[in-house]
Design a protein around this ligand. Sequence first.
Ligand code: HEC
Ligand code: HEC
Length: 173
Amino acid sequence: MSRKTLILVSLLGVLVASGCAASQSYTEEELGLRKVDLYSEKTVVAESTAYSTVAAGESKVYERAFENAPPMIPHDVEGMLEISKENNACIGCHLPEVAEAVKATPIPKSHFYDMRTKKMLGELSQARFNCNACHAPQSNNQPLVKNEFSPEYRSKEGTARSNLLDTLNEGVK
Ligand code: HEC
Ligand code: HEC
């Protein structure tokens, strides 16, 4: 066999092999996360959300999703949303000066800091006023796709407390 033919033959082999790998296909029915025929999904009813109905003060906090992730809300938020200028129940319990008395996690110092001017503010940053822009109530549903992510914490406390402001510029300087 000449060198040219050898190269051609091996190229052909690669093509056949990759062709085989790509030939695994999915039918229309298998494509969506809903696992029904995509053309007749009108009757599909999504699993309903199941938010906590346990009152604040009686719920159990969730482990953080990763280091310095915004914690999910473990308690009922009925009557607390939407947050408005006049009505922000969250700060009523979570401001550091009251949090300890009601056993709530205090709002961390990163929320009293101005990221633009890099200065501590004497009060809650306006950018943090709308708590539920970042903190969502946790719904008790099974994930549609198994989550393979497993977080790595640099300290044991990281699973339950954040320290973002202390680590924000780590490695930058
Ligand atoms: C009546 C007091 C109260 C109010 C109002 C309240 N919380 Fe809480 N919150 C708590 C307590 C206490 C906990 C700790 C868990 C528990 O005991 O239920 C907690 C836990 C949390 C956590 C989890 C903290 C962690 O360490 O994992 C978040 C996030 C949270 N609340 C956000 C909110 C937001 C956002 C609002 C407004 C929509 C709010 N809370 C309103 C008392 C309150
Ligand atoms: C812009 C997004 C954002 C907003 C708005 C926001 N948070 Fe957070 N929050 C975070 C993130 C991210 C963390 C974790 C990192 C950190 O501490 O900054 C956090 C952490 C927390 C923690 C955990 C503190 C700890 O020591 O572990 C509490 C409690 C909390 N926030 C409460 C609130 C409340 C109450 C409000 C509304 C007044 C609020 N947050 C508004 C993003 C936000």
